[in-house]
Design a protein around this ligand. Structure first.
Ligand code: PMP
Length: 391
């Protein structure tokens, strides 16, 4: 059997991370992995999560199996968090998944079962794992350009490429804090995507992994909610990895929204059959913690806003310095971008120079995690960026 083992290329991110760990320079900066870091460089467990875990341990409720749809209380909380007070709450069918990635795969399998010829239209640049997950389910993926001018999405380029989309195809959009570019549509642009889906009968699929990391939990769901108000049928994948810091607890949901309630029971059965055939059911710990956070959300939301404000302050500080230094305008878009990531307008060679000369680690495609930065390092980064862009 092993003679058929393919030579598979490793994940470039983890290879760079190994290099970072081996780097002996004290001033090295890790802007690689997409996790939040505080000013001390830690990815802390949120205080509210710790409290919830202590509570759960004290109660020590049975570890008996949950439902096939996972933790139902969590699913309801997530649906409310995503949809707000939308009247379409009763139109959603939500199941708990193994993180946002699990949600993406469950929905991909769902689409592949019902509509195997549907093409997934995927932003380019896009989240590194979208294509493998969709292709893993046997679906075809086509890119459409996700470019910006000064941080504003170039929607004309999107629609030029999406011209090829046919009825029944899927438009995969990031709910907020686009990974890797940090470029989100304005509300008017969200409306243009809705008009496009309605006109072309294309199904929207929103992956929302950073709700609360851009402008706030409500604001970051605005595009998703605008879609919910106007389309009968759509797909959603959501994650609690970032906004609750539950990364390794693998906590998320897959949601299908349809106003045809006669479809809800068979739809849920299909979703459950997909998870059952893969891993039976998701782990409960993260969902139990999340349910406690949702039941008294203010203290958690306050912690989340500290994370968001830290990132936004870093963006402002970096943007101001770059302006003062007369850095290329293309670099200054960093202040308009949202969430943890920005895609620097640097070539792979310039990203390599940033790493080799200045010990600043970002992805070769230019993606950096702003949350990997400390306030005291902003000026060093700004100077290094200007330096590598000169050469
Ligand atoms: N979607 C996007 C756009 C992401 O950036 C991520 C996480 N990097 C995910 C989904 C997956 O999140 P999770 O860790 O919950 O699987």
């Amino acid at each position: 059997m092993l003679e058929n083992l393919p030579i598979v290329q490793g994940d470039p991110l983890w290879a760079l991370l190994h290099q970072f760990n081996a780097d002996q320079r004290d001033h090295k900066i890790d802007m690689l992995v997409g996790v939040y870091r505080d000013e001390t460089g830690q990815t802390p467990v949120m205080q509210q999560v710790q409290k919830a875990e202590q509570k759960l341990a004290a109660v020590a409720e049975s570890k008996s199996y949950k439902m096939l749809s996972g933790n139902l209380e969590f699913n309801d909380h997530m649906a409310k968090f995503l949809l707000g007070d939308s009247e379409r709450f009763s139109d959603q069918c939500t199941i708990q998944t193994v993180g946002g990635s699990g949600a993406l795969r469950v929905i991909a399998d769902f689409v592949a079962t019902l509509s195997p010829d549907a093409v997934i239209w995927n932003t380019n640049p896009g989240y590194l794992n979208h294509r493998p997950i969709m292709e893993g389910a046997g679906l075809n993926v086509e890119p459409f350009r996700w470019q910006h001018v000064g941080g504003v999405l170039d929607i004309e380029a999107c629609f030029e490429d999406l011209e090829q989309a046919k009825e029944g195809d899927i438009l995969l959009l990031h709910g907020s804090c686009h990974n890797p570019s940090g470029v989100d549509p304005s509300l008017a642009q969200w409306q243009q995507f809705i008009d496009f889906c309605l006109a072309k009968k294309v199904v929207p699929f929103i992956d929302i992994a950073y709700q609360g990391f851009g402008d706030g939990p409500e604001e970051d769901a605005a595009g998703l909610r605008l879609f919910v108000e106007q389309v009968d049928f759509m797909l959603v994948a959501a994650s609690c990895s970032k906004n609750m810091g539950l990364y390794c607890e693998r906590t998320g949901v897959a949601m299908v929204i349809t106003n045809d309630h006669s479809q809800h029971a068979p739809l849920r059965t299909l979703l459950e059959r997909i998870t059952r055939a893969n891993y039976s059911m998701p782990p409960n710990h993260g969902a139990a913690v999340a349910s406690l956070l949702f039941s008294d959300p203010e203290p958690w939301l306050a912690e989340l806003s500290v994370c968001r404000e830290r990132i936004n302050d870093l963006r402002k500080a970096l943007g101001n310095l770059l302006l003062e230094m007369n850095a290329p305008v293309s670099l200054q878009a960093v202040t308009r971008q949202k969430g943890m990531f920005s895609l620097l307008p640097l070539t792979p060679e310039q990203m390599t120079a940033l790493r080799e000369k200045h010990a600043i680690y970002g992805m070769l495609n230019g993606r950096i995690n702003i949350a990997g930065l400390k306030q005291a390092q902003v000026s060093y980064l700004a100077k290094a960026l200007v330096d590598v862009m000169k050469s």
